[in-house]
Design a protein around this ligand. Structure first.
Ligand SMILES: Nc1ncnc2c1ncn2[C@@H]1O[C@H](COP(=O)(O)OP(=O)(O)OP(=O)(O)O)[C@@H](O)[C@H]1O
Length: 316
């Protein structure tokens, strides 16, 4: 959320009749659908032919290297960036129906700020005035999980505490989709853990979905249901985590087998617990598979394999 983004009234526009998202969800439609999505900044193409769906009840990790297009995608989804191609979020065209969309969508941008002069209680009052689906009671209850007091001024809080306040404010909106752009940037490991715990315990209910971008791939692996990976503005992986083992084969093998394994063109070769591992998209030929033993590929390994940039390869 940014305060102005989540308050339909904040833009000076009347609140539209609620229920767009509910109607879409009741029809069993995905909460987000993109097809052939393209986003350009002048001559720069930030998103190119992007397609994916987010059904209800998912926690989707949006992963990609710096400049891969994550923020651009999120901006398009919340109606902040013009795009070509098809994009439907909670049954709305984000750019045209932004006011209606923001009734059922929470967004924390990567540059989220809360006013330093405000006390937490004042922010709650402000949100209650701005957003028809905000529950002040719920915000206070969420904040009781934290060490933040209602009389505390934002300017006196640590970075981690400000992020907790932000999450409590957005999670108190009765929304269907939360879009979080690197929400834990700059937080220490304990604050990150507290943030994710509050998100999963207090917001995810099996119906709502979250799209969360982060560079902390290892850390979020356990909480994601799906991963959407971008590289150079294109989707390179869109898969439920549960299906990774089925699709990708990581083969731990003897160093003597390295040449034979390499000849089968793995996506990536790396070391795990001291031994060489080769990662394949799909099963390698049986004679190669016999040279090693399957090990579980981690999301980090997949990330490296699928988003390696040529200029990095040359240096490596
Ligand atoms: N306002 C803009 N004007 C021109 N180019 C832009 C603008 N915003 C982003 N870009 C470019 O679009 C591409 C995608 O940027 P984007 O911010 O979406 O990436 P990202 O994956 O969020 O990166 P990061 O992880 O570093 O935040 C980059 O090449 C970036 O330089």
């Amino acid at each position: 959320m940014s305060l102005d983004l989540n308050g339909p009234a904040a833009g000076g526009l009347p609140a539209a009749a609620p229920g767009t998202a509910d109607v879409a969800a009741s029809r069993g439609e995905p909460l987000v659908r993109a097809r052939g999505l393209r986003l350009r900044y002048g001559a720069k193409t930030a998103l190119d032919d992007v397609g994916f769906e987010i059904p209800k009840g998912r926690v989707v990790g949006l992963l990609g290297h710096n400049g891969a297009g994550k923020t651009s995608l999120m901006k398009a989804m919340v109606g902040l960036a013009a795009h070509e191609g098809e994009l439907t979020v909670l049954g709305c065209a984000p750019r045209r129906e932004r006011v209606r969309l923001l009734e059922s969508l929470c967004y924390i941008p990567d540059v989220a700020v809360l006013p330093r002069w405000a006390r937490v209680e004042q922010l709650i009052t402000l949100m209650a005035g701005l957003h028809p689906r905000f529950s002040a009671e719920r915000a206070r209850s969420l904040l009781r999980r934290t060490s933040v007091g209602l009389r505390d001024k934002v300017g006196t809080l640590s970075k981690g505490m400000v992020v907790q306040v932000h999450l409590a404010l957005v999670a108190a909106v009765d929304a269907r989709l939360m879009v979080l752009d690197e929400p834990t940037l700059g937080l220490d490991v304990l604050s990150r853990k507290a943030f994710y715990e509050m998100l999963i315990d207090e917001w995810c209910d099996g119906e709502r979905s979250v799209l969360i971008s982060t560079h902390q791939v290892e850390e979020v692996e356990a909480l994601l249901s799906d991963v959407l990976m971008l590289s150079e503005g294109r989707v390179v992986l869109d898969i439920p985590l549960a299906d990774i083992d089925e699709r990708f084969v990581a083969l731990g093998h003897d160093p003597q087998a390295a040449d034979a394994v390499a000849a089968a063109h793995p996506l990536l070769r790396y070391r795990q617990q001291g031994g060489p591992v080769a990662l394949f998209d799909g099963a390698p030929p049986p004679e190669v598979e016999r040279l090693g033993q399957r090990v579980r590929p981690s999301l980090v390994d997949l990330f490296v394999a699928l988003t390696r940039r040529p200029e990095l390869d040359r240096r490596g």
